[in-house]
Design a protein around this ligand. Structure first.
Ligand SMILES: *Cc1c(COP(=O)(O)O)cnc(C)c1O
Length: 396
């Protein structure tokens, strides 16, 4: 049986592939340091675990839920957005999904017609372009220079705009760059999107993970018009250490949310009930653990950034949010006599047993992504091994 062209054209997730490769090597008994995966290394906070256990034992979690999610959770999202964004929404503006990733998937399915264009600033999170293609849309990539902190400008957006442009995807703080757009930058971008009736998809998943005084401004908060033009994408995975529970959400225009819900109702039916009960506690319960985890990431960043910045040829700015470093390693390539970062990453894994993700999957073939969502000793040892690997290869 032939596989569909749709599936054949799809790129599998590079981050999941890189971590699978590292795990395979580990399973053979090798001492592998994996800095690949984009998930917190903390376990889900106890109060959230307990809420889930209670939902199971009481029997509440036994049944299908409404496909848009249980009312209490949608209401918890409304209140969370009220508290954190000072924006007013109704439950009808909210859909609960199987992770933020599936919220994005549903959104593209609900909004895009064949050949509609979606502007995606580069470097990008690996799934955006592939999901747009699955919805028969056309990803339009804009390369953002590292010197500009990888941020897109209105001038670049205007150059890329056509009468087919329907969506702009923004992700701040960014995976993989860790950069944050300022309020001023976002205001200009938001006004541009309103002027040209382009839907802003604001992926806010790292909004709580900002460091050293950096401030996350959600673009949706900058004017009533921008709010109307924006779909907020978020979830509990990153800030509550809940990646395995698969709960995300989208908030925005009721007609779009309702179309997303129709598609969800014919595909997944509903996100897992027990996870929804856990997510209510995450969003509405005590928030101290969020801050504790944020501080832990900040402390690690501050400790390991100088170590990685000192690796020969690694060029980067200190990230402001998320939990990744994203150095340009072109000079390292020159030092080691390599031309291809992906080959270098493969050899680093095979010979030094350190797993990174090649930047190619994020649209930045001269970079690598290093996740620091792991313990300090691992990170320190990884920096040492990478340095030793480069010194051993060094042809100069
Ligand atoms: C992790 C991540 C997501 C998806 O998270 P879910 O686990 O599906 O909720 C979405 N966007 C970015 C940028 C991410 O890094």
């Amino acid at each position: 049986m032939e596989i569909s062209t749709r599936a054949q054209k799809l790129e599998p997730s590079v981050t999941l592939a890189a971590s699978a490769k590292a795990n395979a090597l580990k399973a053979q008994g090798n001492d592998v340091l994996s800095l690949t995966v984009g998930e917190p290394d903390f376990t889900t906070p106890k109060n959230i675990q307990r809420a889930a256990i209670q939902a199971i034992e009481s029997g509440q979690a036994s049944y299908y839920t409404p496909s848009a999610g249980i009312k209490e959770l949608r209401q918890a999202v409304v209140e969370y957005i009220q508290r954190n964004y000072r924006l007013e929404y109704q439950m009808e503006n909210v859909i609960i999904t199987d992770g933020a990733k599936f919220a994005l998937y549903l959104l593209f399915q609900a909004v895009l017609n064949p050949l509609d264009e979606v502007i995606i600033p580069v470097p990008y999170w690996v799934s955006y372009g592939e999901q747009v293609k699955l919805a028969e849309g056309v990803p339009v990539f804009i390369t953002c220079a590292q010197e500009e902190k990888f941020k897109v400008t209105v001038e670049q957006l205007e150059k890329a705009r056509t009468d087919k442009t329907k969506i702009l995807i923004l992700n701040t703080p960014s995976n993989p760059t860790g950069m944050i757009y300022t309020e001023e930058e976002l205001q200009k971008i938001g006004d541009w999107a309103v002027l040209h009736d382009i839907l802003i998809v604001s992926d806010d998943i790292y909004g709580k993970l900002v460091y050293n005084g950096a401030v996350f401004t959600p673009i949706s908060t900058l004017s009533k018009e921008i709010q109307r033009q924006t779909i907020i994408i978020n979830g509990v995975s990153k800030s509550y250490a809940m990646t395995g529970w698969r709960i995300g959400y989208a908030v925005g225009d009721q007609a779009i949310i309702s179309a997303m819900n129709d598609i969800a109702s014919q595909s997944t039916s509903n996100p897992t009930a027990v996870s929804q009960y856990a997510a209510i506690e995450a969003l509405s319960g005590e928030q101290d653990t969020v801050e504790t985890m944020r501080q832990a990431f900040e402390e690690r960043l501050n400790k390991i950034y100088p170590l990685f910045a000192a690796i020969p040829g690694f060029k980067m700015e200190k990230p402001q949010g998320a939990f990744y470093l994203f150095p340009n390693i072109k000079e390292t390539m020159d030092l080691c006599g390599y031309t291809d970062v992906t080959k270098w990453v493969d050899d680093l894994l095979a010979e030094a047993h350190v797993a990174l993700v090649t930047g190619a999957g994020f649209g930045a073939p001269e970079n690598v992504r290093i996740s620091y969502a792991t313990d300090l000793p691992t990170l320190e040892e990884a920096a040492k091994r990478i340095t030793a690997f480069i010194e051993a290869k060094s042809t100069k």
